[in-house]
Design a protein around this ligand. Sequence first.
Ligand SMILES: *[C@@H]1O[C@H](CO)[C@@H](O)[C@H](O)[C@H]1NC(C)=O
Ligand SMILES: *[C@@H]1O[C@H](CO)[C@@H](O)[C@H](O)[C@H]1NC(C)=O
Ligand SMILES: *[C@@H]1O[C@H](CO)[C@@H](O)[C@H](O)[C@H]1NC(C)=O
Ligand SMILES: *[C@@H]1O[C@H](CO)[C@@H](O)[C@H](O)[C@H]1NC(C)=O
Length: 400
Amino acid sequence: MPKGKEVKLDQDPSVAPGGGLCQRLVLLLGAALLLAFVYQITLPFMTWHDFSDQKEECDLFYGKWVKDTSGPFYTNSSCKFISTPQDCLTNGRPNTDYLYWRWKPYGCELSPLDARKFLNYMRNKSLVFIGDSILRNQMESLLCLLSEVEEAVLVYHDKSFQSKTWHLPSYNITLGLIWAPFLIKSTEAISKVDLQLYLDALDDTWTSQYKKYDYILLSGGQWFLKETIFWENNTIVGCHYCQGKNLKELGMDYSYRKALQLVFQFMSTSDHKPVVVLRTWTPSHFEHGEWYNGGICHRTMPFKEGQYNADPVDAIMRDLELEEFQEGLKNGLRLRLLDEYHLSMLRPDGHPGPFRTFHPDLSKKPQEDCLHWCLPGPIDTWNDLLMELLVEEEALRAAF
Ligand SMILES: *[C@@H]1O[C@H](CO)[C@@H](O)[C@H](O)[C@H]1NC(C)=O
Ligand SMILES: *[C@@H]1O[C@H](CO)[C@@H](O)[C@H](O)[C@H]1NC(C)=O
Ligand SMILES: *[C@@H]1O[C@H](CO)[C@@H](O)[C@H](O)[C@H]1NC(C)=O
Ligand SMILES: *[C@@H]1O[C@H](CO)[C@@H](O)[C@H](O)[C@H]1NC(C)=O
């Protein structure tokens, strides 16, 4: 299987480094100011949620990770869908403590995804994941979880193996994965540098397939942090992270907000009304640097509540998602939120780190991946949540 290209993309955790030293300094200063500002505005927000164990009200997205000796439902040997860079076991990750945790929401339990139940529920239906390599990461987790009962058959892939379709024959279920890292139109397919983003046009890779699906899971991600030039109405209106180009810096939140608005606008005007799940921003856990300058993630335990500090950039992106999600709800969409932000934030131990390659030579300080997730790993919980949301959605519909 020509996996080369796919792997290469996975190895690019997505943020383009800037230009010269001078630009970096300006950026650093900017980042410091931003950091100070964001801490000011997010501190009250962080304490706003009552994290106490006593709270009995069930919220699937708030809770803690508890030790669980039962371990994952699949392994590197039982599942064939795991991409090499996330196959931490095969790649030789020595510490496997990260496999023995279970998400425990306050006030209730989250059931692990029951493959048979999921397949029965989805019989004759179709589900598509639209987004970037983190969505692919989650799709591979889902394929692994389902493969205990039935192995999906690949029935379509595009030239670069980025978009794929699987079929589960005994259940007549279609699972799609559509590569659309910005959700909106961009020049990403042509070149990863000098990216042009069209803030008033959607990426037709997914809009052309939209009507085929009953369920949609979508998300934006770290691609919005890249150097990008923004177009609106056939005119360059500004950019993000493009010092030296004499363009107005509008921020990575500007393009992401526009993208979500456009997506929900498209969906609300379409006569096709699938159930749409917005998956929240996924936090990265680079420490002592960023992905391109030696950042690492060597932790072997989840964080406890209050032990971490939200990355200011992650916090900004997540907040705007929540705002746009609320706006989307007003448009009468069948919209649900898969809010993995908080529970993922608590899992700095769940990333491949240096084990994104086979038995890396640690003495050479290989570039680490602290953004994608090991399979099996904490990302399996996202699919437990997805199952929960879909079942709830069905119950809601039945009630009317
Ligand atoms: C799974 O990982 C273990 C090491 O944790 C390794 O011994 C085994 O060969 C791997 N299985 C496959 C199919 O690669
Ligand atoms: C699935 O489709 C087949 C053929 O159209 C039909 O016989 C069956 O009842 C359907 N099952 C469900 C659960 O909709
Ligand atoms: C499979 O499901 C599709 C809907 O997704 C339906 O149109 C088709 O009739 C089903 N085929 C069979 C053989 O059940
Ligand atoms: C787009 O540009 C055209 C002319 O270039 C102008 O007439 C129109 O008002 C613009 N539309 C928006 C939404 O800015």
